[in-house]
Design a protein around this ligand. Structure first.
Ligand SMILES: [Mn+2]
Length: 348
């Protein structure tokens, strides 16, 4: 109730609970444990920044919380953490059964810690499609179809009259720029634009365009990375109805770095497909500046599907997906609909 989005409702809660903060404190006393806050595996900047910022938010609201990361941070995130003068969160693999957790920037078991189904999810803040997870008790959920989780977190701070410090503002600005590719992605909403304008002065970033470019250049440096690391940079598994697919993405200001390593990457895709028993694996090289998508796929079936679903030109295991630069909005929904339709035809 205290985190409701609408300011009218917030006023109502203040009215009914005039001693709002002592009320929250008494809730936190009831739970002895600390809430573990984390974003998805193969974390991007939004996953890491949101975990840090949401843990800060919860602590400010009197709920003890600590951020974690599920894997190494990427080069863009390293740059962002340095700019925000924040340490990276501690790594966590599995958590003890029953641990209270808050999920940010994801809500699907496949993208979470291994034993997520044995943990006690108490909160979710996310901007992805609703996934498979369920809970045994009521929880706080805040999901909105905006460009990044950071945007929703900025709203939570403002709705609860919490001031945002410079470091937090830098993390939030970076989340917005990273997930929306500085408003190039179709996932961008008006709220992302408005909150970026609001946060930039607090973050003391003078030239946002220049800052975004520096982030993207940091992300584009893959010179010292093994092919498996490149494939998993931003990699998500999608358990569609009867098929398990994975889609990896590399967002870069210089696609040549990845295209030059095509053969190693195709070998790695083959290996990963077998090891993880995937029906399909796509790896998209997204040119952030030109807004184009070249997608690697190893099998004839995947390439046929890319042709049919996206009307793509496919040559030597590389499909030209045009300007589809958002996996969330421009790849997954059409692919899932196509696979479901085929299954339905097959079942008849
Ligand atoms: Mn995100």
């Amino acid at each position: 109730m205290l985190e409701l989005p609408n300011s009218g409702l917030k006023l109502a809660s203040t009215f009914f609970f005039p001693q709002k903060f002592s009320f929250i404190r008494s809730i936190s006393k009831m739970s002895s444990s600390e809430t573990a806050v984390f974003g998805h595996s193969n974390p991007d900047t939004d996953a890491i920044a949101s975990a840090i910022v949401y843990a800060t938010f919860l602590n400010r609201m009197g709920v003890k919380a600590k951020p974690y990361r599920l894997a190494d941070v990427n080069n863009e995130t390293t740059f962002v953490l340095h700019e925000a003068n924040v340490e990276q969160p501690d790594f966590v693999g599995d958590l003890p059964d029953g641990t209270e957790v808050a999920l940010v920037d994801h809500n699907e078991s496949q993208q979470s810690v291994q034993n997520i189904k044995k943990l006690k999810i108490t909160r979710v803040v996310d901007h992805h499609k609703l996934g498979d997870l369920t809970t045994s008790s009521p929880i706080f959920i805040r999901m909105e179809p905006v460009g990044c989780t950071g945007t929703i977190l900025a709203k939570l701070f403002r709705e609860n009259d919490l001031d945002i410090d410079k470091s937090t503002a830098r993390l939030l600005v970076s989340s917005i720029l990273s997930d929306t590719l500085h408003f190039r992605s179709t996932t961008t909403s008006d709220d992302d634009r408005k909150l970026l304008d609001y946060l930039t002065p607090i973050a003391e970033i003078k030239d946002v365009k220049d800052y975004a470019l520096k982030m993207f250049e940091a992300k584009s440096d893959i010179s010292n990375m093994s092919p498996d690391k490149i494939l998993k940079l931003d990699y998500k598994i999608f358990p569609f109805d009867n098929e398990k697919w994975a889609i990896g993405v590399i967002e870069t200001t210089n696609p040549k770095h990845a295209l030059d390593r095509k053969q190693e990457l195709l070998d790695e895709i083959n290996k990963e497909k077998k090891e993880s028993q995937l029906n399909g694996l796509l790896f998209s090289v997204i040119d952030i500046l030109k807004e184009t998508n070249l997608t690697f796929a190893v099998s004839d079936r995947e390439n046929e599907i890319l042709k049919e679903v996206f009307n793509a030109d496919v040559k030597d295991n590389v499909a030209d997906l045009g300007n589809r630069i958002s996996r969330k909005k421009q790849i997954v929904p059409d692919l899932e609909a196509y696979l479901n339709e085929r299954r339905a035809m097959h079942d008849k």
